[in-house]
Design a protein around this ligand. Structure first.
Ligand SMILES: *[C@@H]1O[C@H](CO)[C@@H](O)[C@H](O)[C@H]1NC(C)=O
Ligand SMILES: *[C@@H]1O[C@H](CO)[C@@H](O)[C@H](O)[C@H]1NC(C)=O
Ligand SMILES: *[C@@H]1O[C@H](CO)[C@@H](O)[C@H](O)[C@H]1NC(C)=O
Ligand SMILES: *[C@@H]1O[C@H](CO)[C@@H](O)[C@H](O)[C@H]1NC(C)=O
Length: 153
């Protein structure tokens, strides 16, 4: 398998596994913004299963609380993740939005993660603990086409 084929295969595999979760994102959430981390993942052999496990673990927590964080792996191969539904989204609709977001995030591969803003939820992953950075320049709450820094995140 050449590099491109390997890349496409991996993205498709991560996406199918997310879809197999069995949650259909209806009506489809709208992607408001997406940015991928500048660094590549460190070791594909570890990254892919870690990333999949990360998305799954976040899903479990998010179902209960409407937001969640998780860490899988360690060192250069650590995968940190955070997902949050915005305030008015019910615990029934929150997993639907997340289900959509987690099928989009793998498009960042081979970056080591990224951020996906849908109209009702947000997901971010990376190789370090970024949870304290929610006031960073790239984190924002997007309302329609106006965006503001997420002080209430
Ligand atoms: C997404 O957000 C980034 C960071 O704020 C910005 O540079 C980029 O232009 C945005 N992209 C879109 C499509 O709005
Ligand atoms: C990636 O991780 C696997 C499993 O731990 C290891 O066997 C392999 O040597 C690593 N590859 C690189 C390039 O570090
Ligand atoms: C994250 O990955 C980049 C690129 O592989 C590496 O330079 C950096 O040290 C990693 N960060 C941590 C906290 O491991
Ligand atoms: C949102 O974008 C649309 C189309 O680009 C524009 O017509 C509208 O005025 C914008 N609304 C706001 C609140 O900026």
């Amino acid at each position: 398998m050449n590099k491109t084929a390997g890349y496409v295969f991996t993205v498709l595999m991560i996406k199918s596994l997310a879809l197999l979760e069995g949650v259909r994102a209806e009506p489809r959430a709208q992607i408001v913004n997406m940015t991928c981390n500048p660094q590549r993942e460190h070791n594909t052999t570890l990254f892919v299963p870690n990333f999949i496990a990360l998305m799954e673990r976040i899903s479990d927590v998010l179902r209960q609380f409407g937001w969640g964080t998780a860490v899988i792996g360690s060192g250069l191969d650590a995968n940190y993740g955070l997902a949050q539904c915005y305030g008015d989204l019910s615990l029934t609709d929150c997993p639907l939005c997340y289900a959509e977001a987690r099928t989009v995030l793998p498009e960042c591969y081979p970056s080591n993660g990224g951020r996906v803003f849908l109209d009702k939820c947000f997901v971010r992953s990376g190789n370090y603990s970024f949870y304290e950075e929610y006031l960073g320049p790239n984190d924002m709450v997007v309302c329609g086409n106006a965006s503001r820094k997420g002080s209430d995140f």
